[in-house]
Structures are given as structure tokens and as C-alpha cells.
Design a protein around this ligand. Structure first.
Ligand code: PLP
Length: 423
């Protein structure tokens, strides 16, 4: 069968072992949602768990901390245990807490121990701005100039990083390394095992931001010996807007003091002794600070159940098929329209496609007007994420056809070439 036909897309959908999961989600009416890497869609189970926890507040008041189906006092640990298989951690190594950026602050406060000439933090120039701001402010807090002490590995082409360049930058002066697992623009997967091994040889603690990989690709953090990791849960994990983040601390570090302390980092038995001498938790729970945001944890209970059933292995497998199919169609159907594929085309690609085009901002607006939800990343990137749990091959086909019509009819010209306030 001709691979560019809709019949072929339908055939791929028929062979899809995850097809039934689409019904778990509230798919937007008359839209093709290709933005699950920015904000995952709501599932029925996520909604139900939110209502369950609202109900426990309604019924139990303060006693909801220890009563009901999901006692709030243990919820961060429970959701952490649900996330552990997704990052390849032991359940004690993972906790649901904070947000990406606050968890980064916590972990840098804990693992950044500058001494003598070993004072610098190694990151990369393609890193997400919030991570860079956090690292800069952490350096400033210690009295170091962020300009001199934040080393950002350069990209040769503005899209990808070369692991060899990162390793070359692991000098005697580096006290801490913080890198993304998947680059948020190009979707390049960095080789965590290799980078961790090289960091370890040099005695430098290394941590990863998993925002664009958790729920999208498999992880093996414990075995790889990664020191720490942190992530958000509203992208591929579908936890909802502002859902509580996650962090991983390898068990070899259990017992070290969190840089930022608060009573929820206490041993649970001792927390309510109300002593001014803190009894620190021994495990990843030690990196919590204050009262968990229970209502922003609740949807995750349901959202993560879906991953337990679908399994990350099957999610990744389908995701690779979706993006492979997508790339094939870009090359056959859009070849006259000056798009550059900005993501890796081999299996070092994460779960989204990056198309670069000088008219990207208004092509995104035209896509939205025609019912396809992409996201724009300045200056010229169109990110499109066909999500394994709720997107179909047919939707990929339709997205390409929509894009083709927009380009052929120059429909983007009716829009201004600038980004929206939330792009
Ligand atoms: C989404 C994202 C963030 C967002 O941080 P929050 O604290 O959740 O707002 C940070 N870093 C990366 C790499 C991201 O993709």
C-alpha cells in the first residue's frame, strides 16, 4: 500500500496496541492536539482522582491527612512510587514534590559544594531558560559571578549537543553538572549513561532535567548511577496545569542533608513531635520542604495508573513509530515548502518533531485556526508532538495535510509573524 495514503494511516491505527487508551482521555472536540509535550490532556481517571480528594476534604476535614482512600500525609510518597518505574528508580528514590524549578533549586542547594578551584557549574547553551536562571541565582547566592562560573557547553548548529563536547568541558573546575535528558527544542536525547559514567570518573555529581523525557522514553537512573534528577508532571505525564513535580535522589546519597529544609522533609514518625531539632527523612522524601499541594497531586494518581497499564516500553515504541511516520510524510508531502527538520532523525529523538521555517510563528497560528494545536518556539520552530497515549496515525496524516494546504495556499499570510504571550 502507498504509504502516503490515508488508508495506510488507518492500517497503522488498526495495528496499534495502545489504541484503546485514547478513550481514557478528554480529546478536544474537532481538534488535533499535537501539544502534549507542553501540557498533556486530561484523562478521566485524573479527573476522578481530583474529585476523590476534594471529597475527602469535604468529608473528613483535617482528618483527610490520615483517612480516606488516599491519605494526604503519604500522598507524595505514593505518587513518587508510581513514578519510580518511569525513571528507573527505586520507589524510595523518588518523591512527588515542588516544581521543576524549585526542585532544581533544592538539588543544587544540596549537591553543589564548591571548594578551592572547583567552583563552576556545567550546563549547556540550549538549556531551558528557567533552569539557567536557577543555576545563575544559585551561583550568586554563593557569591560567585554567574557569568564566570556557569559554563555552558556550546552547540555547533544551535540544535544539538555533542556529548564529546560536554565531556571535554568536565574539567577540574567543575563542581556540579546539570543537563537535560531531552532538549526541549530539538528533542535530542542525551546519552545519560555515558555522561554519568564520565562525570563519575572525574568525581563530579551529575543531575538531569527529565521534563521532556519522563513519560516519553525509558529511563534507568538507578542502575546508571545518576546522582539526581527532577521533572515536571504536566507534560507527557498528563498531571494537569501546575501539577506537582518530581525528583530522584540516588540511594547512595540517602542520609545527606537537603540544602533547603522544611518540616515535610522530616521522618514521618517524628514530624509531629514539633521539635526544633529536625529528624530528617532518610530517603528522597527528605528533599520535600513544606505541605504538599494535595489537589495538584490528585490527578497524578489517575494519570500514572494509565502508564502502569500502558507501560513506558509500549509508549516509547509507539511514539517512535508515530514520529517515524511523521518524518516520512514531511519528506514526501512537504518537500517543496522549505521546512527543515530540526530534531534528530535517528532514535536519539525524543517524542516530538521540530520543524523549522522562517514563517514558523504564523504557520503555527494558521495551524491553530485550522484545528491543529502545535507550539511555537522562537525564533523559527514549530513543535509537534504526536502522543502515544492519545494521538493516532490518522491524526498525523491529517496534520501533514493541513500543513500542506496552509503552505500551498499561503494561508499563514493572513497572520502576523509573531508569537503569542504564551507561545
Ligand atoms: C517545562 C520545563 C520547565 C518548567 O519548569 P517549572 O518549574 O515546572 O515551571 C523547566 N525546565 C524544562 C527543561 C522544561 O521543559
Amino acid at each position: 500500500m502507498e504509504k502516503t495514503t490515508i488508508e495506510y494511516a488507518r492500517q497503522l491505527d488498526q495495528q496499534d496496541v495502545l489504541a484503546n487508551f485514547k478513550d481514557e482521555f478528554y480529546v478536544l472536540e474537532d481538534k488535533i492536539y499535537m501539544d502534549g509535550n507542553s501540557l498533556g490532556l486530561m484523562s478521566k481517571r485524573a479527573e476522578e482522582k481530583l474529585f476523590t480528594l476534594l471529597d475527602s476534604w469535604k468529608r473528613f476535614g483535617i482528618d483527610g491527612w490520615t483517612e480516606g482512600e488516599h491519605p494526604w500525609f503519604y500522598l507524595s510518597e505514593q505518587v513518587g512510587a508510581q513514578m519510580a518505574p518511569l525513571v528507573g528508580g527505586k520507589k524510595e528514590e523518588v518523591i512527588a514534590t515542588g516544581s521543576t524549578t524549585t526542585n532544581l533549586h533544592q538539588l543544587v542547594s544540596t549537591f553543589y559544594k564548591p571548594t578551592g578551584n572547583k567552583t563552576k557549574i556545567l550546563a549547556d547553551e540550549l538549556n531551558f531558560p528557567s533552569d539557567i536562571y536557577a543555576l545563575q541565582s544559585q551561583l550568586a547566592l554563593k557569591g560567585y559571578s554567574p557569568d564566570e562560573h556557569l559554563v555552558r557547553v556550546k552547540s555547533k548548529d544551535g540544535r544539538f549537543l555533542d556529548e564529546a563536547d560536554i565531556v571535554a568541558a568536565m574539567t577540574e573546575e567543575i563542581a556540579l553538572i546539570v543537563l537535560p535528558s531531552v532538549l526541549y527544542r530539538s528533542g535530542q536525547i542525551l546519552d545519560i549513561a555515558y555522561l554519568t559514567k564520565e562525570a563519575k570518573k572525574r568525581g563530579i555529581p551529575i543531575g538531569f532535567d527529565l521534563c521532556h523525557s519522563v513519560g516519553a522514553i525509558e529511563h534507568d537512573l538507578h542502575t546508571q548511577g545518576v546522582d539526581f534528577a527532577f521533572w515536571c508532571t504536566y507534560k507527557h505525564l498528563n498531571g494537569g496545569p501546575g501539577s506537582v513535580g518530581g525528583l530522584f535522589v540516588h540511594e547512595k546519597h540517602f542520609g545527606i542533608r537537603a540544602g533547603l529544609s522544611g518540616w515535610f522533609g522530616s521522618d514521618k514518625e517524628a514530624q509531629f513531635d514539633m521539635s526544633h531539632t529536625m529528624t530528617h527523612a532518610e530517603q528522597a522524601g527528605a528533599f520535600q520542604i513544606g505541605t504538599p499541594h494535595v489537589l495538584s497531586l490528585a490527578p497524578l494518581i489517575g494519570a500514572l495508573e494509565i502508564f502502569e497499564e500502558a507501560t513506558i516500553q509500549r509508549v516509547r515504541k509507539k511514539s517512535l513509530q508515530l514520529t517515524e511516520y511523521f518524518l516520512m510524510l514531511v519528506e514526501t508531502e512537504l518537500k517543496e515548502h522549505a521546512f527543515t527538520i530540526g530534531n534528530p532523525v535517528d532514535e536519539s529523538r525524543g517524542a516530538h518533531i521540530l520543524l523549522e521555517h522562517e514563517e514558523a510563528a504564523r504557520i503555527c497560528q494558521a495551524l491553530k485556526a485550522d484545528g491543529v494545536i502545535p507550539d511555537f518556539r522562537a525564533p523559527n520552530g514549530i513543535r509537534l508532538a504526536p502522543v502515544a497515549l492519545y494521538n493516532t496515525f490518522k491524526e498525523v496524516w491529517q496534520t501533514i495535510q493541513t500543513l500542506k494546504t496552509i503552505m500551498e495556499e499561503k494561508r499563514y499570510e493572513q497572520f502576523e509573524n509573531k508569537r503569542g504571550i504564551v507561545a
